[in-house]
Design a protein around this ligand. Structure first.
Ligand SMILES: *Cc1c(COP(=O)(O)O)cnc(C)c1O
Length: 375
């Protein structure tokens, strides 16, 4: 069959020029010898991993980070010659493939290393690892200097394993109170200094730390959420060293427009009842696209004005109350700018009582990502 696609007007537009600007502005902000590791896990936070990665690399990133083996292999298929670090714990069964495809693994367990020791002798290439220190996040990583030393010694004594880096992750870098962050930084620094030889790449900063903290750039920063133009927290949003450019817009079109009369209802449960004559439009997007029912009462933009969702959100469709009659095919913006109005991802996050990170990740694969660039 021919390659038929994107008949439905519902699309996530990904502005790659915004990604480029967010990374190249970071490049200016950092010391010139610090690597930018573009964090493109979870399909680049829902934005499209390959396109975002290529854009970030053009804008000055030199390394990539993902969360899982599958994500790493997918990126490696499209991008060679750039280091890819898997930030999460990886099963021992993946180690030979990591060596073969030049994928850097996060390691924090002597037992894990011992379990790959026998197969490691048959690796065609070196397995590159970064050691992980749990300095207070409480997620993965070694928690004592003796544990670190044990993992380090075991790894450096394995003929096909190279300890190329060491890192930690901050739990509160996006908050105003620096106390816990400074404790973590102190712990990490002590751990790194305890090693007989400093690994080539020491890294600690996530987006928040790389934007608003001093002296924490080390050899690389792991830049995630703000590559997409979103601030990790209100505190960081108020202290940004440069303005961020949101990359994702969510758009659709009116597929049906009708007039309701007083007493007519809309949607499952007939929960919305018109009080007077009013115009109602139907949009082809629903909870199966990630526009979950918690977004009832959210507004959208049509004709440059805000229009509220009415009734319950269905699996594939949703109804909005129009300020006046509009034609079929009129463009509707759910996230992004239209005329002088703009709906930010933060507004969805507030309505859902969550953080901006979750919103683009929530948009399901059924919504095509359409890449926009003028460069
Ligand atoms: C996801 C992740 C990041 C990126 O965090 P942002 O806040 O999006 O910059 C960095 N480091 C680790 C270990 C992560 O898991």
């Amino acid at each position: 069959m021919e390659h038929l696609q994107n008949f439905r007007p519902t699309q996530a537009l990904i502005n790659l020029d915004a990604v480029y600007a967010n990374v190249s502005n970071l490049r200016q902000h950092l010391h010139s010898d610090v690597h930018i590791m573009a964090v493109i896990k979870a399909n680049a936070y829902g934005h499209g991993d390959i396109q975002v990665a290529k854009t970030a690399l053009r804008a000055g990133a030199t390394m990539l980070a993902v969360a899982t083996p599958e994500e790493a292999l997918h990126v490696r298929k499209h991008i060679s010659d750039v280091p890819i670090l898997i930030l999460g714990a990886v099963p021992v069964s993946f180690a030979p493939y990591a060596a073969k495809y030049d994928i850097t693994l996060t390691v924090f367990s002597t037992e894990w290393l011992q379990r790959i020791a026998s197969s490691a002798t048959t690796f065609e290439k070196f397995l590159t690892v970064h050691l992980k220190v749990d300095s207070g996040m409480g997620r993965i990583g070694v928690r004592t200097i003796s544990e670190l030393r044990d993992v380090y010694d075991t790894a450096t004594n394995m003929p096909n394993v190279v300890v190329d880096g060491i890192f930690t992750h901050f739990a509160t870098a996006d908050e105003e109170d620096p106390t816990f962050y400074e404790q973590q930084l102190q712990t990490f620094t002590t751990f790194v200094q305890s090693l007989p030889v400093k690994p080539r790449i020491v890294h600690a900063a996530n987006t928040a730390a790389s934007l608003v903290k001093e002296h924490v750039q080390f050899d690389a920063v792991r830049f995630g959420i703000s590559m997409y133009g979103l601030a990790p927290s209100d505190y960081v949003a108020e202290h940004l060293p440069y303005p961020l450019q949101p990359a994702l817009s969510l758009v659709t079109e009116l597929v049906h427009v009708k007039q309701l009369h007083a007493g007519d209802s809309v949607g499952y449960g007939a929960t919305y009842v018109a009080k007077e004559d009013e115009w109602v439009g139907t949009l082809p997007i629903g909870y199966a696209d990630g526009m979950i029912r918690g977004l009832a009462n959210q507004e959208v933009l049509v004709g440059g004005e805000r229009a509220p969702i009415i009734g319950r959100i269905c699996m594939d469709q949703v109804m909005i109350k129009l300020p006046k009659k509009f034609p079929i095919g009129e463009s509707v913006v759910l996230i992004g700018k239209q005329g002088h109005e703009e709906i930010f991802i933060q507004e969805w996050a507030d309505r859902l009582h969550t953080i901006v990170y979750e919103v683009p990740c929530m948009l399901t694969e059924r919504i095509p990502r359409v890449f926009v660039t003028e460069k």
